[in-house]
Ligand binder design. Structure first.
Ligand SMILES: Nc1nc2c(ncn2[C@@H]2O[C@H](COP(=O)(O)OP(=O)(O)OP(=O)(O)O)[C@@H](O)[C@H]2O)c(=O)[nH]1
Ligand SMILES: [Mg+2]
Length: 203
C-alpha cells in the first residue's frame, strides 16, 4: 500500500527531468553558457570566464525551473572531440546549438557540424535551440542573419528557434530555455523517450 501511494505521489508531484545537449564548434561559448545558466537558475556565481578552458570531457549542469528539472551535457567542440557527441544523442530530449555570432569565419564549420547532428537518427524530432552567442561583441550578426546563413528550413522539420544572446551578460538565456522547456513538454521525442523508460521499468 505504501509503495502504491509513494508511486502515485511521485507521479503527481515529482518534476519531469529533461536532458539537454549543449553542442557547437570549439570556442563558441558552450561552457561559458552552462556556467551562466547555473548562475541564473541556481542564483550562485558560476565559474568566472577566465577560469574556463577548452572542454575535453563532459561538463554536467543541473538546474530546476518552476515545473521541471533540466540536466545539461556540455561537450567539447574541437574537431577531434566531436565523435563523442553521438554517444549522448540517444538519451537527450533536446539540443542547444551554440554559435559564435561574431566569428563569421567559423560559420561554415558550425553549419556542417550542425547538419551532421540533425541528420543523426538518434536525435530524431529533438527540439533545437540555436543560441546566437556573443551578441555583446560589435561584430556579432543578428539571429535572422545567422538563420539565413544556415538555411535550416531547407532540410529539417523539427521545432527550432534562433535566439540571440550572450553567455557573458545572460541576455537571451531565459527566453531560449522557456521556449525549449515548452517544446520538450509537448514533443513527440519526449513521448518516445518516456515510453521507452516505462517499458524498461516493467522488466
Ligand atoms: N564576448 C564574449 N565572449 C564569450 C562569450 N561566451 C564565451 N565567450 C568567450 O569565448 C571563448 C570560448 O568560450 P568557451 O565557453 O570555452 O567555449 P566552448 O564552446 O565551451 O569551447 P570548447 O570547450 O573548446 O568546445 C572564451 O574566451 C570565452 O570567454 C560571450 O557571450 N561573449
Ligand atoms: Mg567548453
Amino acid at each position: 500500500m505504501f509503495s502504491l501511494f509513494h508511486g502515485l505521489w511521485n507521479h503527481v508531484f515529482s518534476k519531469t527531468e529533461f536532458r539537454v545537449l549543449i553542442l557547437g564548434v570549439h570556442k563558441s561559448g558552450k561552457t561559458t553558457l552552462l556556467e551562466k545558466l547555473k548562475s541564473i537558475y541556481l542564483k550562485g556565481e558560476g565559474l568566472p570566464h577566465d577560469h574556463i578552458g577548452p572542454t575535453v570531457g563532459l561538463n554536467i549542469g543541473r538546474i530546476e525551473d518552476a515545473n521541471v528539472k533540466l540536466v545539461f551535457w556540455d561537450l567539447g567542440g574541437q574537431p577531434g572531440l566531436r565523435t563523442i557527441w553521438e554517444k549522448y544523442y540517444d538519451e537527450a530530449h533536446a539540443i542547444v546549438y551554440v554559435i559564435d555570432s561574431a566569428s563569421a569565419s567559423t560559420f561554415e564549420d558550425a553549419k556542417s557540424a550542425l547538419e551532421k547532428v540533425l541528420r543523426h537518427e538518434d536525435l530524431q524530432e529533438a527540439p533545437l535551440l540555436v543560441f546566437a552567442n556573443k551578441q555583446d561583441l560589435p561584430a556579432a550578426v543578428t539571429e535572422e542573419e545567422l538563420d539565413r546563413h544556415l538555411h535550416l528550413k531547407e532540410f529539417d522539420e523539427r521545432p527550432y528557434m534562433f535566439v540571440a544572446g550572450s553567455a557573458y551578460d545572460g541576455t537571451g538565456i531565459k527566453l531560449g530555455i522557456d521556449w525549449l522547456v515548452e517544446e520538450m513538454g509537448k514533443s513527440r521525442r519526449t513521448e518516445a523517450l518516456r515510453t521507452r523508460t516505462d517499458t524498461y521499468a516493467k522488466f
